[in-house]
Design a protein around this ligand. Structure first.
Ligand SMILES: Cc1cc2nc3c(=O)[nH]c(=O)nc-3n(C[C@H](O)[C@H](O)[C@H](O)COP(=O)(O)O)c2cc1C
Ligand SMILES: O=C(O)C(=O)c1ccccc1
Length: 387
């Protein structure tokens, strides 16, 4: 019996003492439960996507079109799910996607998520738009692996300051999100007229930054909060960035860099040509371009274009361990789980996130083994069939 699938044994054994898990083992049920727990605004922010949410639905439909073809009698007694991605060792190829403003889902927000991830040994990718500072989150995560996600601001000095702080706080890899230099048309948030940042939530990394503070005339207090929020709006995103600007990042970050939001094979090639260490195939969970292709449908083409010259990671639509098997088979080295852990956070804080991570790891391992594989790198396109 392996350590990851131990969660399955643990659940059944606790059942002998009449103890059942507090959250569902079917993670697709979390969203419905979270809706009952959260305010309409917070739930809408998490669950909502761009436009008519066609791309969000397409992300899920794409998983359903692929089916695993199990193979038998292949000695899968000893399974090893461990991976090393961009220099970071992890017990399974699963990272926690960058998610902003987590304090709207639970008072412990990013700190609870960092603790839960660290207890499983899985890396967090901390958002620039976090509701706790990157230093606070690093302290909560302790020895747990951590990457930093940059929203590249207009102010270059602020970008450099973010990178220096991230390095100093022990974040080892940089994820640069390219698809969200401005927020898309998001009807659920618009209908609630809800944008947490305008209330100074999700701005902790900015408000605590010496470069940002200098720009607003000193530390952010009640007296200059409105000025600080307006400055955040002015500097948050930079729509004029081009591929040439990546040189600047290289100059200011000496660890691995992955570009998040890649969907076209030509963009993947450009990332490799620019010396990037990885790409994250992602459409931001359908939150940016409604009508865009499903992220899973973009994965094989991107993986082929990268041709092993950089790490290929995937997100947008991962809900179960079986989804992870499919993404790995179609060319991802690792996946980022996003909304499911947010719902776990909303429903149970640190323990809720831990529940989600343990379910995913156990289901991944069991699905892999029952399909006839011992390791993720044994998966390939031949593992799947179009349904
Ligand atoms: C509430 C919420 C906040 C997010 N914030 C960020 C962020 O700050 N930075 C980022 O790169 N991506 C952000 N994302 C996108 C996720 O990292 C990920 O790409 C996406 O959620 C994947 O889709 P899925 O949750 O449907 O699997 C956010 C997503 C959600 C749902
Ligand atoms: O909401 C998002 O999807 C997102 O990525 C975000 C987070 C913080 C600020 C702006 C966008």
């Amino acid at each position: 019996m392996s350590a990851l699938a131990d969660f399955q044994n643990e659940i059944y054994l606790k059942g002998l003492g009449d103890v059942r898990p507090e959250l569902p083992a079917d993670l697709t049920r979390l969203e419905g439960l979270a809706e009952r727990r959260l305010s309409a605004q917070a739930f809408g922010y998490a669950a909502g996507s761009a436009g008519a949410e066609a791309t969000a639905r397409a992300n899920r439909a794409a998983f359903d079109r692929w089916r695993i073809v199990p193979r038998m009698l292949r000695d899968v007694a000893h399974r090893d799910l461990s991976a090393e991605v961009l220099g970071t060792a992890m017990p399974a190829p699963i990272l926690l996607a960058p998610i902003g403003v987590q304090s709207i889902f639970h008072p412990d927000g990013e700190l609870a998520v960092a603790r839960a991830a660290a207890s499983c040994g899985l890396p967090i990718v901390l958002s620039t738009a976090a509701s706790a500072t990157m230093e606070e989150v690093a302290e909560a995560g302790g020895e747990g692996p951590r990457w930093y996600q940059l929203y590249w601001p207009k102010d270059r000095d602020l970008a450099v300051s973010f990178l220096e702080r991230a390095k100093a706080a022990g974040y080892t890899a940089l994820v640069v999100t390219l698809d969200t230099f401005t927020l898309a048309w998001r009807p659920r948030d618009l209908e609630q007229a809800y944008l947490p940042f305008l209330r100074g939530i999700g701005t902790a990394n900015y408000f605590s930054d010496p470069v940002f503070q200098k720009a607003v005339g000193g530390p952010v207090t009640d007296a200059n909060r409105d000025t600080a929020v307006l400055h955040w709006v002015a500097t948050f995103g930079n729509p004029s960035l081009t591929w040439d600007d990546l040189v600047f990042l290289r100059e200011h970050w000496d660890g691995p860099i992955a570009l998040k939001g890649i969907q076209h094979p030509d963009d993947a090639r450009r990332a490799v040509d620019a010396g990037m260490d990885g790409v994250i195939v992602s459409n931001h969970g359908g939150r940016q371009v409604d009508g865009a292709i499903a992220s899973l449908d973009a994965l094989p083409g991107v993986a082929a274009a990268v041709g092993g010259q950089a790490a290929v990671l995937f997100d947008s639509g991962i809900r179960t361990g079986s989804d992870i098997v499919k993404a790995l088979a179609l060319g991802a080295e690792a996946v980022l789980v996003a909304r499911p852990y947010v719902y776990g956070l909303a429903l149970g804080g640190e323990a809720g996130v831990r529940h989600v991570l343990r379910c995913l790891q156990a289901e991944l391992e069991l699905t892999l083994a029952l399909s006839g594989h011992r390791r993720p790198d044994e998966l390939g396109p031949e593992t799947l069939q179009r349904s």
